[in-house]
Write a protein that binds this ligand. Sequence first.
Ligand SMILES: *Cc1c(COP(=O)(O)O)cnc(C)c1O
Length: 422
Amino acid sequence: MNIIEKDKKYIWHPLTQHKLNPETLPIKRAKGALLWDEDGKEYVDGISSWYTAVYGHCNDFIIKRAQAQMEQLDQVVFSGFTHQPAVDLAEKLISILPEGQQKVFYNDNGSTSTEIGIKMALQYHYNNGKPRKRMLAFEDGFHGDTLGAMSASGLSVYNGPFEDFFIDFKRISLPDAENLDAIKSKIKQFHDEENIAGFIYEPLVQGAAGMHMYSAEALNELLQFCRSLGIVLVADEVMTGFGKTGKNFASDYVDTKPDVMCLSKALSAGLVPMGATTCTQAVYDAFYSDDIGKGLFHGHTYSGNPIACATALAGLDLLGSAAMQENITNVVSWHEAFAKEMRAEPCVENVRQLGTIIALELKLPMERYGNLRYHIFNFCLENGAFLRPLGATMYIAAPYVTKREEMERLYETIRKVIKRFC
Ligand SMILES: *Cc1c(COP(=O)(O)O)cnc(C)c1O
């Protein structure tokens, strides 16, 4: 049996209806912004393998640091023990996170990082003796696939079997100058019915929704209003974190800083899985007590894994380097030029960009995981570009180290998609 046959025999892939989409592409090797399949065909990784490998795949600097850690200490229980990479990473994170973040709680993926964020918000009020039972989130938000994270997610097309088991989440639209007052009164109404414990939001860019972007000023006003009601602000920066928006964090664009932050994806540079949930001293203090039951009794076996911590630390060293910042600046300026070009395309609408993320809509009738989307996806692969359309949305979130000619291949592929399908 070849690899594809064995894959079919043994594997159940994520987000896949195997009856309708039986094809999987075996990838053999990766370096920088490039992936190679079993037949040696090359692809530019236009989405940094789901926003993880932002410093490039198989980055020598990061591999060296991970390898050194691997030989020193591989894994140890993080309840009752600690180690240098965990402490160094926490110190480094706190130094670059938005003002106020003071404690780091390690976990192992994006969904667990938001799950813990939600639990922190709920237990914060519980511990303070005034339990609140309701949560707030945006329509079309995405916060992960575990049960709590899923109930926070408004992209509910496939949530049907589970909706009866969800946490009570109320939803609001993305804010702009026009609808702010209406949103505020809606929140007030929700809050009067049943007190809202926390608000979880993807600041400035809703990734899974199709790279929806919205204004920092409007978000800021909304956050201020929520804070005035005692609502814990949980920024889900799993996708936006670590330079993608042009700043280290999307929350850096917003004056009102979060109480809790959820991090993953680029945190560990695409090398190993890792997540972290961070919070302010005030949140932490609500759990600090002589009463053992007020602790956060949440733990994952691989929490604070030393290799993941060392990898993340190496990634942060790269992010802070002049060379990586220059890469980011270059990508931003290439995207600006391409955005201008795309705005003149009759078949394209809603061209938008924030930092290294650029997105546009094709004026085509497309379902999120429909047939046409599938054809476009394969057409991109044939052209050596790994781009993953979300419905009619094409977007690029390529590694910062993508070379000019590699980025050009992504742009050229989008031009070809327009020619072929519009
Ligand atoms: C991807 C993502 C998650 C979930 O992360 P996983 O590691 O896939 O569980 C949560 N929130 C946002 C904003 C994401 O983009």
